[in-house]
Design a protein around this ligand. Structure first.
Ligand code: HEM
Ligand code: HEM
Length: 191
């Protein structure tokens, strides 16, 4: 079997920036979900509940702050062709990735709009940080946005779970480089 040349390995892997964006966004989305789950264990009006909500909102806004440059990087730099496999698998992977990109842009934006429509600003007064309001207070709009945000948030537990399972399936069952090329440094790919 011939070894893969360093040039081929480079063309078949994600760039360092793409790998950074992917795992940084993953950690922030996980933090946003975890904070929301923990909030469920806190008492109404408690400092812990306030802290859980603040972590949720700031982790979420950071997702948006990374999702925009990430998408631009992706559109300008492209991505390696999928690992060889049946057409349906490549189409399913593409559709899943598109849905995930839309989610990391839309979900934080919906959250931010919900907070603004409720008449609040996302702010960290101690650091003098304040995200300008994107919409004026509007209780009806707030209810609509909040329910879309909550429905999407719940639905994407499943989508993200399927995406992670697909990555593990490629790695452990198909034995291809799908997970490695979104993880490993360049030198480790040529084998
Ligand atoms: C990727 C980012 C985010 C994810 C994955 C996410 C996910 C969620 C989930 C799962 C819920 C609870 C749904 C339920 O109770 O059924 C929720 C609620 C909420 N989120 Fe987010 N969210 C994100 C970003 C944001 C941002 C940036 C803000 C605001 C700046 C925000 C504000 C809210 C608010 C106000 C609620 C309702 C909380 C309550 O009243 O119980 N979210 N979000
Ligand atoms: C919040 C959670 C996650 C989000 C939003 C997310 C999003 C994405 C997106 C948008 C892509 C496409 C990248 C591109 O082509 O530009 C991607 C690729 C990938 N993700 Fe995730 N991901 C998440 C979690 C995970 C987890 C937990 C794993 C592993 C267990 C994983 C493994 C992968 C792999 C291996 C690829 C490359 C797929 C390929 O080369 O075809 N992701 N992810």
């Amino acid at each position: 079997m011939s070894a893969i040349s360093p040039t081929d390995a480079l063309a078949r892997r994600y760039s360092g920036a793409a790998v950074f964006f992917h795992w940084a966004v993953f950690l922030l989305v996980a933090a946003a979900y975890a904070a929301m789950e923990l909030k469920g264990f806190t008492a109404r009006g408690s400092a812990a509940r306030f802290a859980a909500m603040a972590v949720h909102e700031w982790a979420g806004v950071l997702v948006l702050a990374l999702a925009v440059p990430r998408l631009l990087w992706r559109l300008l730099g492209g991505a390696p062709a999928p690992e060889p496999g049946p057409r349906w698998m490549r189409l399913a992977g593409g559709a899943m990735h598109l849905a995930l990109y839309l989610f990391i842009l839309a979900q934080p934006l919906l959250g931010l709009l919900t907070v603004n429509a409720a008449g609040h600003l996302l702010a960290l007064p101690a650091l003098g940080l304040e995200v300008p309001a994107l919409v004026a207070p509007d209780p009806a709009l707030k209810d609509t946005l909040k329910s879309i945000h909550e429905t999407l948030g719940t639905a994407f537990y499943t989508v993200i779970g399927l995406h992670a399972l697909a990555a593990l399936f490629h790695h452990y069952m198909l034995g291809d480089d799908t997970l490695r090329r979104m993880w490993r440094r360049r030198g480790r790919m040529a084998r």
